[in-house]
Design a binder for this molecule. Structure first.
Ligand code: XMP
Length: 507
């Protein structure tokens, strides 16, 4: 069989659904998420995974799929949590509310080795999150695993239809990946996930969608927008890339961004708007007010320079696209920070004129795509940088002098990290201003100057973060250089706060 079938993940709204897609890709196969409303038309799947979800199959209007259609696809099916309960009902069994709500770890014991649990140990931690349970099995259904209370947590119907009550996609299910792999091995003709093939398909799709129209995109120097711009250029379409320099960038960053794009052969139009931004930020200390000003101004400056556009390209990534458990619908693509509330984009979106070529990719896949487009590793591996820039690292009022301090200190800290091969080991690192003046001694004189705080964190997804135990030497070198060369600073602190309760940025 030709290898072009994808793994269709049907979304019932679990908070983990996007992880299923991700895990399948990690196992080397192409997976796509489908809204449950699109179930009739999954294309040509090679395997179907029915996700978990917050609903109960006993509720009225619980999300449902057509059983005949499911069978007509004729491919292996794996129901996870809600998906398993739904399958059980479809095959003629019953589901009821459990007297024990199970959230968290449980112990999985396969009834026999082989099949879905091939190579899985006799007692393996899995992660539960459900309150319904299977109360009656259909004829011909076999229990293939139980938990420590003897409750069935793995079911099989026929040769290749399975249900599991736990979430194999989360890392707390220790052998979950193995279970997914066993399932995928039962499918035939699955398309491998290779970034090169994916890139080729993307380029074709962009050409097809755009035709001879003109596309505009905003670039910031960050990974997503850079990959987007290079991808559009590679597709050979008519494009304009616009870089709004809001003056809240890191030291020399504007110049660096221009040089990088030049090197990559992408023409960018720079809109120099520092004065406008700093002018409007003058005297504003409230964090939300600052964000609001920056966001609105960004939209205005961007669209003023665009004028009319046939199409807009955005670097929306997969996690931005997927909605979470709160509403079991997939495709309500969220617009990236800065852009929400902008009617123009909503209008373009309604007309199908917003292009989001990266919308099926996770961050690390975007990085891989960037490398395969020939973008240099140091650009692709840059730390994330917030849209409102250094304003969120400058509590209180943003002034040119405060920005200068942050820029200088940040540049020193980052260069010390790079020089010690620590830059790539941390998720994000920066200097923030602590807008408090304290007394110090410089030369023979007393000084009364600001403090700066250095922060380096590791994180997987920015939802949580931990501070990094940097070697003292790095802290010492950074502190010495800052205190010796940055006017206006007489104290350097290292931020040892986890997120939560702190956030990564200061505002
Ligand atoms: P926090 O401070 O919320 O940051 O822990 C989490 C991650 O998001 C980045 N960040 C932003 N990115 N616009 C952005 O594009 C923003 O307004 C914004 N605020 C925070 C932050 O740098 C970190 O990576």
């Amino acid at each position: 069989m030709e290898k072009h079938r994808h793994v269709a993940v049907v979304d019932f709204g679990s908070q983990y659904t996007q992880l299923i897609v991700r895990r399948v890709r990690e196992l080397g196969f192409f997976a796509k998420l489908h809204a449950v409303e699109d179930f009739e038309d999954l294309g040509q799947p090679g395997a179907i995974i029915l996700s978990g979800g917050p609903s109960s199959t006993r509720e009225e209007n619980a999300p449902d799929v057509d059983f005949e259609r499911l069978q007509a696809y004729g491919v292996p099916v794996l129901g996870i949590c809600y998906g398993m309960q739904l399958l059980n009902i479809k095959f003629g069994g019953q589901v009821e509310a459990s007297d024990r709500r199970e959230y968290g770890p449980a112990d999985l014991t396969p009834e026999e080795s082989g099949g879905l649990f091939e190579g899985v140990s006799g007692s393996s931690q899995v992660w539960m999150s459900h309150s319904d349970t299977v109360s009656e099995l259909a004829d011909g259904c076999s229990v293939i695993a139980r938990n420590e209370h003897g409750t069935p947590v793995g079911l099989q119907w026929g040769s290749d239809c399975f249900g599991i009550q736990f979430h194999p996609e989360v890392t707390h299910s220790h052998e979950g990946l193995r279970i997914l792999q066993n399932f995928l091995e039962m499918a035939c003709g699955l398309q491998e996930f290779r970034i090169e093939d994916f890139k080729r398909a993307l380029l074709e799709e962009i050409k097809r969608q755009v035709g001879d129209k003109q596309v505009v995109c905003g670039v910031s120097g960050g990974v997503d927008s850079t990959v987007l711009a290079v991808l559009l250029k590679e597709a050979g379409i008519h494009m304009r890339a616009i870089f709004v320099d809001h003056g809240l960038l890191r030291k020399d960053e504007g110049e660096e961004v221009r040089k990088n794009f030049q090197r990559m052969g992408v023409d960018i139009e720079t809109v120099e708007a520092s004065e406008t931004f700093l002018g409007q930020l003058a005297g504003v200390a409230d964090p939300e007010a600052k964000r609001e000003i920056i966001g609105n101004l960004f939209i205005k400056v961007f669209w003023d320079s665009v004028g009319e556009a046939d199409m807009l390209a955005q670097g929306t990534l997969y996690p931005d696209v997927i909605e979470s458990a709160s509403n079991a619908k997939t495709k309500a693509s969220k617009i990236k920070t800065h852009h929400n509330r902008v009617e123009k984009i909503l209008e373009l979106q309604k007309q199908g004129k917003v292009l989001e070529p990266l919308a099926e990719l996770f961050k690390d896949e975007v990085r891989e795509l960037g490398l395969s487009l020939g973008i240099q590793a140091d650009i692709v591996n840059r730390h994330p940088f917030p849209g409102p820039g250094l304003a969120v690292r400058c509590p209180g009022e943003v002034t040119p002098d405060r920005l200068r301090i942050i820029q200088e200190c940040d540049a020193i800290f980052i260069s010390v990290l790079r020089g010690n091969d620590w830059y790539d080991k941390v998720w994000q690192a920066y200097a923030a201003l602590v807008p408090v003046r304290t007394v110090g001694v410089k030369g023979d004189e007393r000084s009364y100057e600001f403090a700066v705080s250095l922060r380096a964190v590791v994180s997987e997804d920015a939802m949580t973060a931990d501070w990094v135990e940097l070697p003292y030497q790095i802290l010492r070198d950074s502190s010495n250089q800052i205190l010796n060369s940055v006017p206006g600073v007489n104290r350097v602190l290292y931020d040892v706060s986890t997120k939560p309760p702190a956030s990564i940025e200061w505002e």
